[in-house]
Design a protein around this ligand. Structure first.
Ligand SMILES: [Zn+2]
Length: 415
């Protein structure tokens, strides 16, 4: 009965959580109040040093694996049990914010510190992870550390990846002192929780504090090449033209229309478009564009895919161009574990926090971890739904609330 009372009364220290986030944000701070700590740069190394220092101060045992993932363990009463894990990343985009990723790591650390202060030992051990190169802006593949851990691609592929200057992950890991010796993954994890800012506007708009994340949107990426014919913009009459850019404009419209026809979770984006040869008085002969389609439901994502392919055929025929589609990436939708999702929902309710179910439209380490262990995520609102931006912001009280939910969920699972 003693432990029951203690568990329900445990609360994290919101001030300490906020202070840790602000201290970490000093490393790689940008003039507009954001962060630039690209994966495996010297600044990323400094960030890792700072956080692993805090981990050790909290009595955690720190290990680093061969792709530079960091794990900090808090022993349980029964250390033969697999750990209940939480984590996220501390690398950022070039003009990133202070909260994306960092919040999940600092929230996990705050959970450990809170349990230390309260003198609570869980049955199962707890583990805090910092995943290498989640953002993917310096090295591809994105979500690299968790991807190798979850056997989505081999360690060798990750280590051989090079940045724009030709520097490899393997060399840069060594340079910052995080080329660990532990094999990557292959050990059991009991459960994985990840707290994260929403990176979208829904929670703020609905005036909710906690997003109970039920799963992630599936995604299909395509590289599309439209080929027409370059001709002089002056002498060539309109009916005989094979204008690749004009044809591509219909594809662009179609991507948006297809997403809109699958509400509320359909998404469609053309993020890049390049017209060749890019001259004022030449009819564009070739256009390359990227297409990103997403949906939470596998069936409906498949429908979006077939509609998209049909549109490409129609546009090719109607505008006398070739449309070539290359499939670049396909992540099926990932539903999270209903049991863990339930624990997140229960905790929010017990603490009287306004909460709603939500899906994640962004990729997260948790999406890979869902194939290793039962997984759930906790979202908190971010200001105006903005992230991957220096002005990314979140309220201390919301961050505190999400961290309390993480604490409850981890303790409930670990016993
Ligand atoms: Zn993130």
């Amino acid at each position: 009965m003693g432990t029951l009372i203690m568990t329900t009364q445990l609360a994290i220290n919101g001030k300490r959580l906020w202070q840790s986030l602000m201290d970490l944000a000093r490393i790689g701070a940008t003039p507009k109040g954001g962060n630039c700590r690209l994966a495996l740069t010297a600044l990323d190394g400094q960030g890792r040093d700072l956080v692993t220092g805090w981990m050790r101060e909290a009595g955690l045992t720190v290990r680093v694996d061969q792709v530079g993932n960091i794990f900090a363990r808090r022993p349980g009463r029964d250390n033969s049990r697999p750990p209940v894990m939480t984590g996220s990343h501390i690398d950022t985009q070039p003009t990133g914010g202070k909260f994306d990723g960092c919040y999940g790591v600092m929230a996990g650390l705050e959970v450990m510190r809170t349990l230390n202060d309260a003198g609570v030992t869980t049955e199962a051990p707890l583990e805090l992870a910092i995943w290498t190169n989640e953002e993917g802006s310096r090295f591809v593949p994105v979500m690299m550390g968790s991807g190798v851990f979850a056997r989505k691609f081999p360690l060798e592929v990750a280590l051989a990846a090079r940045d724009a200057e030709g520097k490899s992950v393997a060399d840069e890991l060594k340079a910052i002192g995080y080329a660990g010796s532990e094999p990557v993954g292959g050990w059991p994890v009991d459960a994985y929780f990840e707290a994260h800012i929403e990176q979208g506007p829904i929670l703020e708009h609905e005036r909710k504090v906690v997003g109970v994340v039920t799963g992630s949107l599936g995604l299909r990426w395509y590289d599309v090449t439209v080929t027409g014919m370059e001709m002089h913009a002056g002498p060539t009459p309109m009916p005989v033209r094979r204008d690749a850019l004009y044809a591509a404009s219909f594809l662009l419209q179609a991507v948006i229309d297809i997403a809109r026809a699958h509400p509320p979770h359909g998404r469609g984006t053309v993020g890049e478009i390049h017209a060749h040869p890019g001259s004022r008085n030449v009819i564009p002969g070739q256009v390359r564009l990227t297409v990103d389609l997403r949906h939470e439901d596998a069936q409906r994502l498949a429908e979006m895919d077939s509609q998209w392919r049909q549109v490409c055929q129609e546009v090719a025929r109607r505008h006398n161009v070739q449309v070539e589609i290359k499939d670049v990436q396909h992540f099926p939708p990932t539903p999270f574990d209903p049991g863990l999702v339930g624990k997140v929902r229960e905790s929010a309710a017990r603490r009287g926090l306004p909460a709603m179910d939500i899906v994640t439209g962004a990729g997260h380490d948790a999406v890979y971890m869902a194939s290793v262990a039962p997984t759930a995520m906790i979202f908190v609102p971010c200001k105006d739904g903005v992230s991957h931006n220096e002005i990314e912001d979140a309220k201390p009280e919301d961050l505190e609330a999400g961290c309390n939910v993480l604490l409850d969920a981890m303790v409930a699972r670990a016993g």
